[in-house]
Design a protein around this ligand. Structure first.
Ligand code: FES
Ligand code: FES
Length: 215
């Protein structure tokens, strides 16, 4: 009985064929997503006048009511220190301090905050006169690419204020006792700020130093 014919193919040929197949699959699977991607809204929306006090300076704005606080800061006031990472409330890169509380500025509309006080990374310090947390991030290498850093620092400023005010977190064992300045507390409170470079342990070191429990 004849043995079945087995086609001869080298390992190199197999790898090339596999890579080509994977590329073709990737192209074909991404094509519908691209075709279905929503086009930017071209129709102008209703507008509203509002005023924002940003870093101590009052700004009068006339905005499309769909403008997020993040876009108002970056595109209209040209304060590009606040970063747009996901634009979906998932990364924390856009964190600013609004009326004393941290907020994801991509998840809120500017018109909702007429008269509010906003602090961005530009309002915390300057390269010549850094906020203690900015200096601590430099000292402890609390960043690599730096994209998440403005959000991390704004969030950390608000975290220390929350702890000072006795606001408990999800990991606080006793909701009525003053919160501890533990690494566990800091990690939980900073968990909404994602760092793709993985600088987390250095970020905790920087915040811990400023909090005063370790130098
Ligand atoms: Fe706002 Fe990611 S850009 S949470
Ligand atoms: Fe690069 Fe955090 S330092 S994402």
């Amino acid at each position: 009985m004849d043995s079945p014919t087995i086609p001869l193919i080298s390992r190199r040929d197999a790898l090339i064929a596999g890579a080509a197949t994977a590329t073709a699959a990737a192209v074909s699977s991404s094509a519908p997503a691209e075709a279905a991607a929503p086009k930017a809204a071209a129709t102008p929306g209703p507008r509203a006048k509002l005023s924002l006090n940003v870093n101590g300076q009052v700004h009068a704005l006339d905005l499309d009511t769909r403008t997020t606080l993040l876009d108002a800061l970056r595109e209209h006031l040209h304060l590009a220190g606040t970063k747009k990472g996901c634009d979906h409330g998932q990364c924390g890169a856009c964190t600013v301090i609004l009326d004393g509380r941290r907020i994801n500025s991509c998840l809120t509309l500017a018109v909702m905050h007429d008269g509010a006080q906003v602090t961005t990374i530009e309002g915390l310090g300057t390269p010549q006169n850094m906020h203690p947390l900015q200096a601590a991030f430099v000292k402890h290498d609390g960043y690599q690419c730096g994209y998440c850093t403005p959000g991390q620092i704004c969030s950390a400023v608000a975290v220390l204020d929350e702890i000072k005010r006795g606001v408990p977190s999800h990991v606080s064992a006793d909701l009525t006792a003053p919160p501890l300045l533990s690494a566990e507390e800091l990690r939980e409170r900073m968990s909404g700020n994602i760092c793709r470079c993985g600088a987390y342990s250095n970020i905790v070191d920087a915040i811990t130093e400023v909090a005063g429990s370790r130098t």
